[in-house]
Write a protein that binds this ligand. Structure first.
Ligand SMILES: [Zn+2]
Length: 286
């Protein structure tokens, strides 16, 4: 069953026997809100897109997982940032709530992105305070409150929940990271914020499954996990969140955004991965 808020999110409930597994894709949205008002070519604004991650994991509910995907682009408002991670210098007026810019805001990629790529300014104007508040209320809150709600629900029902926060990454390290401009050599990077957002067993289950399929898998290599896994992952409560990053060139052209022959192979491997995680999670709570 699918519940959606058009342009905001799609929630697909498990088919058949539910497993205590939740997947979310906060950056694969392609519905550009009419009031975005960016001042760069569309090709530039699209560069933040975790292209096709929603499609790559689309079969997850067939194994019993719940799948939440964002429909809005991360460059409009980034669902994987804290509300306080705001660049007040982008605003026309004073921000009424507390804010505390993180390193992401310093790189131009906080809650509201100032830059795309390494240095292209998204806007040629200041943003209204009410405009940013509306992005939070219409997009960020529904997405994140839905995610927290389905994790809470699974945790109540099963006594544990295992969550994959799903992303794609460029094939070259972005500026601002050590090795910026150098090629990413892994197919996947798993991030649990240095062992704090999920159990080691869960992370190793995912790592070993992917390694067994022939992929090069790194753990906590620069992409260690951001706000969603930080907020939701509480392994001491048997509530586990793991970020999974997939290198885009394994399934698409970064230049044209077209899928490559690797797409269907990867999709079928991810289908197997979700089946493994769902089977294992049922044993953990059975
Ligand atoms: Zn992402």
């Amino acid at each position: 069953m699918s519940k959606s808020i058009p342009g905001v999110l799609t929630l697909v409930e498990p088919e058949g026997d539910p497993a205590p597994v939740v997947l979310d894709s906060p950056h694969s949205g392609t519905t550009y809100p009419p009031d975005f008002g960016y001042a760069v070519p569309f090709e530039a604004i699209r560069s933040g897109w975790d292209a096709y991650i929603d499609e790559l994991f689309a079969s997850a509910p067939a194994h019993g997982a719940t799948l939440l995907t964002a429909e809005f682009p991360r460059t409009y408002i980034d669902a994987n940032r804290a509300l306080a991670d705001l660049d007040a210098g982008m605003l026309e007026g004073p921000w009424p709530d507390p804010f505390e810019a993180s390193a992401k805001t310093a790189l131009g990629k906080g809650l509201i992105w100032r830059l795309v790529g390494d240095s292209v300014q998204v806007y040629d104007r200041k943003l209204g305070v009410a405009e940013v508040q509306a992005r939070i209320d219409r997009y960020w809150r529904p997405y994140n409150e839905t995610l927290t709600g389905i994790l809470d629900r699974a945790h109540r029902r099963f006594g544990g929940v295992w969550h994959l926060d799903c992303h794609s990454m460029p094939s070259v390290w972005p500026a601002g990271n050590p090795g910026g401009g150098e090629p990413v050599t892994s197919d996947f990077i798993l991030g649990d914020r240095d062992g704090t957002t999920c159990s080691r067993e869960f992370r190793e289950l995912v790592r070993e499954a992917l390694t067994g399929m022939g992929y090069a898998v790194a753990v906590n290599d620069r992409f260690k996990g951001v706000e969603i896994v930080r907020r939701e992952g509480r392994p001491a409560e048997n509530r586990h969140s793991l970020q999974i990053e997939i290198t885009r060139t394994r399934y698409m052209s970064e230049r044209t955004f077209e899928k490559t022959d690797g797409f269907s192979i990867l999709a079928s491997d991810l289908d197997r991965l979700v089946a493994i995680v769902c089977d294992w999670s049922r044993q953990q709570v059975g």
